[in-house]
Design a protein around this ligand. Sequence first.
Ligand code: ZN
Ligand code: ZN
Ligand code: ZN
Ligand code: ZN
Ligand code: ZN
Length: 383
Amino acid sequence: MSDISASEYIDQQNALEDEAREVMPWSPNQCTYIDGGLRQPVFSCLTCGEIGVCYSCSIQCHADCELVELFTKRGFTCDCGTERQTAKKNVNSAYWCQLRKNTTQDIASTSNTYGPNYKGYFCDCHKQYDPDTDSTMIQCTLGLECNEDWYHCSCILRTQNLKNEEEQERGEKIQLDPTDQIPINFPKLDSFEAFLCWKCVSRYKSVFRDLLAHPRSQDLIAHKVPHKDYLEVTNAVESNADTSTDDNLRKRKFDYDEDDVDQAFSVMLSPGYKNLLQDLRSEIEKSSKIYVFLMDIAPFLAEDDPTYEPPNDSDDDTSTYELGTQALWPNVDKDLAAAGLKAMDGIKQKLSEFLRPFAESKQVVKEEDIRHFFKLQNEENRQ
Ligand SMILES: [Zn+2]
Ligand SMILES: [Zn+2]
Ligand SMILES: [Zn+2]
Ligand SMILES: [Zn+2]
Ligand SMILES: [Zn+2]
């Protein structure tokens, strides 16, 4: 860091803060265990027995564990510090969960469900998620069979895991749409709002058959996508590559034998599908399969289904300085950022006071000034 003015320093802090908010958007101070089953961001802790922990516990109780981010799961209760946790994280701490401060293990939820995601595996191809190399993945909104799994778009189209190396190699060469990074014969991502995987649809096959036969399905169902043999799809793409942007072609490629009742398919629901399902539910016969499904089995499809978000602290006007440490540690990783945030809580006020005279007199803040400030803080913390 070269010498900069205080206002430049603050601008830099704001940019760093925006970046950090993407990684850690909320203040991690409340465990959601007491709220019971919530639709919330969940992290699987492989170290503590493949348990699911809430956002705050992932930072405050499991920062040095091996975690997998599962994103949103419905009806999940935090497992941190419950009987499901295999061992106490910190033998020196009296507490099982650092936020709930329970000295004995709490009773674990009996309604949590666990799929392969909790072992760190995603999609039908059963792979670990790699944000740097993986193409677009989408989550199943229904989730009753697949535990709200995430799928590669190319895996949604094919029936079986690629069996041998030759096929795997072909799989890697699948043509991707340059803007969306999805297979070119896959529906445009903005043409639907919810994806229901073929596994979940197959479990309620008769309901979906009735739904597809209902006059409202025209508006409600954006796409019905066969889960068919991968090589067939590739050949279709290759022979029609020159007209791949044609929407009709897109649809035509999904045509398949309607008489083949064993053909599995996924369903994509149109934007605004919740209102359409609400209307359908209010007008349809109460004895029908569709009504029972929307009322008792998957009411969340037709109702508001908000995701719990931990409180954020964006109203805090000293937050400009909250991530000041990151200016000195630009490659700070997430765990360190968590520790940094906790530490900064205590010193951001002091940093603000420290910088004020520089800002008022338009004086240049030197790197050594900042280093000196943090050195003093570290010494104070050690005492
Ligand atoms: Zn928790
Ligand atoms: Zn852990
Ligand atoms: Zn915890
Ligand atoms: Zn996959
Ligand atoms: Zn599913």
